[in-house]
Ligand binder design. Sequence first.
Ligand SMILES: Cc1cc2nc3c(=O)[nH]c(=O)nc-3n(C[C@H](O)[C@H](O)[C@H](O)COP(=O)(O)OP(=O)(O)OC[C@H]3O[C@@H](n4cnc5c(N)ncnc54)[C@H](O)[C@@H]3O)c2cc1C
Length: 322
Amino acid sequence: MLKEFFIGLSQNQFLNAAAQKYGLQLGAQSVVAGTDIHEAIETIKELNKSGISATVDNLGEFVHDREEATAAKNQILGVVEAIHEAGVDAHISLKASQLGLDIDYHFALSNLREIVGAAAKYDMFVNIDMEDYGRLQPSFDILDELSKDYGNVGTVIQAYFHRAEDDIRDYKDYRLRIVKGAYKEPANVAYTEKEEIDRNFIKLIEYHLLHGKFTSVATHDHHIIGHVKKFAEENNIPRDKFEFQMLYGFRRDMQHELASEGYNFTTYVPFGKDWYGYFMRRLAERPQNLNLVAKQVFTPKTNGVIALAAGAFLLGRMSKRR
Ligand SMILES: Cc1cc2nc3c(=O)[nH]c(=O)nc-3n(C[C@H](O)[C@H](O)[C@H](O)COP(=O)(O)OP(=O)(O)OC[C@H]3O[C@@H](n4cnc5c(N)ncnc54)[C@H](O)[C@@H]3O)c2cc1C
């Protein structure tokens, strides 16, 4: 119920637009590394000091026209340059929809090609984050096209999809991030029970550790992390064949602990004005993440935003009833 509620909120474009005007609010600042690249670079420098690498997401949602997609492309090209100029240990994460996938496949492909080409000059990896089911196959198609020319690109396998096992076999020669999956998907395409998702998650990770190129195990779940450590040891998987990834702001102690134990570790560092949808998906994942909001929510500064959100909700409900 709560998951659906927050996923619903994450898709509310009115609230997204309102949130852009207000800057980071409602606790988002603890999981989003600022609204501009300079703030993100400072965060990355701090992480690097602890031996932690970063994957940088210049947040962007609801891209409906070519101008917005072109602006997103230019911003990400700026992030590639900023990472290179600062000499930090970081790479890029992006979403195909941000670059125009919902407008025109070939337009998105050419935007991605430009970014992957620019990053290739600096030997910088680009990860195509995976979104909802409707965008899954086109995102794989883009990856197929780009990998004809570039080796610095990979993607994400979402363990909740029934097809994930086939996908991981098809893409075993790629650097892959493996996750549980963050969107609300129907039972005809995805596992919906936690146990089934976890079981498949472990199966996919083990397969890629044994047969794949490089595995990014992206989870905050200490059960899974413990299992992976043991599996890697028992199967003599070299440490340079895999890493752990977590999101910025989550389980900071564990992030530093894993890095200090000598595991490769990458923190996913999101930044930008478009923080709202990302933040709502984090709230959808785990009710306890609401703590982030609770700490911030009852300040005079945020009251305006809450009132606006409540108003937008009511309007949304009224217009649906009509
Ligand atoms: C780096 C990264 C990149 C991602 N990229 C994508 C993507 O491209 N596409 C996509 O669909 N999804 C992505 N996700 C999101 C992912 O799919 C999951 O929705 C998300 O990670 C929540 O699942 P989980 O594996 O972390 O553990 P959960 O299933 O949320 O938690 C399992 C258990 O772990 C413990 N736990 C979890 N979080 C905490 C915490 N903060 N503090 C203490 N204990 C905790 C609890 O015991 C909990 O019951 C990404 C996640 C990460 C970390």
